[in-house]
Design a protein around this ligand. Structure first.
Ligand code: ASP
Ligand code: MG
Length: 425
């Protein structure tokens, strides 16, 4: 049995849906679990609806109507007017209408998961109905019935034992009747509330399915030919990597390579399940294989993370920043969900590079205010290079100011800022 994952771009419009269905119809003889994201930019649109509702801008229903329009337009191109999918999609939208009818009383994160998860319910209902319509038998599976999580809304943690039990009870039986298609990104609590696994979490869902069902392999179908040595929108001379070890893939995604969700690789590595990153544009090409195979040499691989900040933390009582303060600081970072990307300490100061999520950072700074002085540098980028060489590093540093640099064998990390040009008066 294999697991396939299709992202939002692969189902963004009726042509894309037909194309995916076409790819899938070539696998009719295989047992396939298919994990699908929301169509195109639907997740962003749902976030905008939620924000409008939560901030009471009065625009929530207008935004919802736009999203409905887009989905109905796609439906009318793919199905006859009498097809039951119209009712089913309508019912799904009604759930959002109910949630945003009255004043918000629940927490933002809870509402987020109830509303934003709907994108995946819509896309999977549409694709499953279309596959059945063209004669590719497919069962639609509600991810909440098999992916068990705690109630950390927006970043739900998986209960692996329960998930494995539920999946093995349900999925193999369904696979006897054809494909099983389910939502990425979504889980459910023991009280039957919907949760989400974090943005771009559908890859992780596919890895959970692969791990729990002991898949032969997992494939992520994308609009790029495979894993590239850098983001082609930022660099020239980018090449595709044919094979990558789990370890390399974990390092790259952890430091921000957007090609796969960082949590995806570890469960696959634990069961030695190969991961293929393939192009849905050219489905016959090989893509990249991630496995336990270790290459002798890798080309330099560059990951750029924008929107970074450096926080320089020192104690107000002038004492050293040592174990006790450090453990207190880390507890605060965790509490405020501030992720540390890089750190460096000296006797009296501790510097961390973090994603600059303003609402989280400002709460963290408030909490530290009494005991710590914090100076913040903003507008930075963090560049991580695996398998670097000095020429490349010098190239990357051109016109940049390096605020923090860390080198370990095979990896260099640079926190940098554009050098402001001096203007003559
Ligand atoms: N639809 C969700 C998102 O855009 C999950 C995913 O695409 O993986 O973040
Ligand atoms: Mg997506």
């Amino acid at each position: 049995m294999k697991v396939f994952k299709f992202g939002g771009a692969s189902v963004k419009n009726p042509d894309a849906i037909r194309h995916v269905a076409n790819i899938l119809s070539n696998y009719k003889n295989e047992k396939l679990v298919i994990v699908v994201s929301a169509m195109g930019k639907t997740t962003n649109a749902l976030e905008a609806i939620l924000n409008a509702f939560y901030k009471k801008t009065g625009k929530a229903f207008d935004l919802l109507n736009e999203l409905k329009e887009a989905h109905y337009q796609a439906l009318s191109e793919l199905f006859d007017q009498e097809d039951p999918i119209f009712d089913s999609i309508n019912d799904t939208f009604v759930e959002i209408e109910w949630s945003i009818e009255e004043e918000p009383t629940e927490t933002y994160d809870y509402l987020y998961d109830q509303i934003v998860s709907v994108g995946e319910f819509l896309s999977t209902k549409i694709l499953a109905a279309y596959l059945n319509k063209i004669g590719t038998p497919t069962t639609w599976l509600d991810a909440r019935d098999v992916i068990s999580t705690d109630n950390t809304y927006r970043e739900a943690q998986i209960d692996w034992k329960q998930t494995a039990e539920k999946m093995n009870k349900k999925v193999p039986v369904l696979l006897d009747n054809g494909f099983v298609l389910t939502q990425g990104f979504v889980g459910g609590t023991s009280e039957n509330f919907t949760t989400t696994l974090g943005r771009e979490g559908s890859d992780f869902t596919a890895a959970i399915c692969s791990y729990c069902l002991d898949a032969e392999s997992m494939s992520v179908w994308k609009d790029v030919p495979g894993i590239l040595t850098a983001d082609p929108r930022l660099f020239k001379n980018v090449v595709k990597i044919d094979r990558l070890s789990y370890r390399e893939a974990i390092e790259m995604t952890y430091y921000g390579a957007k090609v796969i969700h960082p949590k995806t690789i570890k469960p696959l590595q634990n069961k030695n399940i190969p991961l293929f990153v393939k192009s849905f544009v050219t489905p016959e090409s090989a893509g990249t294989m991630i496995s336990d195979f270790i290459e002798q040499r890798y080309p330099p691989m560059v990951v750029v993370e924008k929107a970074q900040a450096l926080l320089h933390v020192s104690r107000r009582d002038f004492s050293f920043v040592e174990e006790e303060s450090l453990s207190e600081l880390f507890a605060m970072f965790k509490k405020h969900r501030v992720r540390v990307n890089l750190m460096q300490n000296s006797a009296i100061s501790f510097t961390i590079c973090v994603h600059d999520v303003p609402e989280r950072i400002s709460k963290l700074l408030e909490a530290l205010e009494n005991d710590y002085k914090v100076v913040k540098d903003e507008g930075l980028e963090l560049i991580t290079v695996r398998h670097y060489n000095n020429n490349l590093i010098n190239e990357l540093k051109k016109n940049k100011m390096v605020l923090l640099e860390e080198r370990i064998p095979k990896t260099i990390q640079l926190v940098m800022k554009d050098i402001p040009l001096m203007e003559r008066i």
